[in-house]
Design a protein around this ligand. Structure first.
Ligand code: PGA
Length: 251
């Protein structure tokens, strides 16, 4: 049985006082982490306050990015060790906003994944096709190549520290989510790829989240799919009621 994992990707949102308000509402719900792993990915500036608040609650922290170098003259960048030092267990890598707005390619993402794993960070690795690619029937090809290059050079044991997030780009922040069947089809494809590359037991134990306009209304039917093991949530994670609703529908 894979334990579901719901992550809230706050992106470039929430000042420290707003983060505090939101997290207090989450930790008020004592049973929240009973059947689901919960991960919060605040902006770097709110990590310290969130870390303090979630202490002892079972909620884990993630960073939204790292650079692959371990230290040095890289103005504006953050290393894997710095995220760990700030209390993070996870980092989100390969997000479509990083790929498109910041021109991160598969080679760079692969380096970042390796740097994260080297420093004992767990990785939420995002893959997904654009609308144009889906309409051209290229979804499988694109997702396969993102997985192949992103995971290149990883050992089977590294996959224990990995969560895959399937996020169709056309569904992110658009209010258009994939249907449960569309999502399940790609999740199944991803698991089959992992089985071929890393073996059956790795493929069966790895968690694959769905992301893209997940909300309280659609999460239950998405989470009911066989190969969907949780959600990577953007906008709906900024509101305690909707994020708690998603978590409860997953559990
Ligand atoms: P969304 O974002 O839930 O706002 O669509 C998801 C994500 O980008 O991880």
């Amino acid at each position: 049985m894979r334990r579901p994992v719901v992550a809230g990707n706050w992106k470039m949102n929430l000042l420290q006082s707003e983060a505090e308000d939101l997290v207090k509402q989450l930790i008020d719900q004592k049973e929240l982490t009973r059947n689901v792993d919960i991960v919060l990915a605040p902006p770097f500036t709110a990590l310290a306050i969130v870390r303090k608040l979630v202490h002892g609650s079972g909620i884990q922290l993630a960073g939204q990015n790292i650079y692959f170098e371990s230290n040095g003259a890289w103005t504006g960048e953050i290393s894997a060790a710095m995220l760990r030092d700030s209390g993070c267990k996870y980092v989100i890598l390969g997000h479509s906003e990083r790929r498109s707005y910041f021109h991160e390619d598969d080679v760079l993402i692969n380096k970042k994944i390796k740097a994260a794993l080297n420093d004992e960070l767990h990785v939420i690795f995002c893959v997904g096709e654009t609308l144009e690619q889906r309409e051209q029937n290229e979804t499988r090809e694109i997702v396969e190549s993102q997985l192949k290059f992103g995971l290149e050079g990883l050992a089977t044991s590294d996959l224990e520290k990995l969560i895959i997030a399937y996020e169709p780009v056309w569904a992110i922040g658009t209010g258009k989510n994939a249907t449960p069947e569309q999502a399940q089809e790609v999740h199944h494809f991803i698991r089959a790829f992992l089985e071929t590359t890393f073996g059956k037991s790795t493929a069966e134990s790895i968690r694959i989240q769905y992301g893209g306009s997940v909300n309280q209304g659609n999460s239950k039917s998405l989470m009911a799919q066989k190969d969907i093991d949780g959600a990577l949530v953007g906008s709906a994670s900024l509101n305690a009621e909707s994020f708690i609703g998603i978590i409860n529908s997953t559990a």
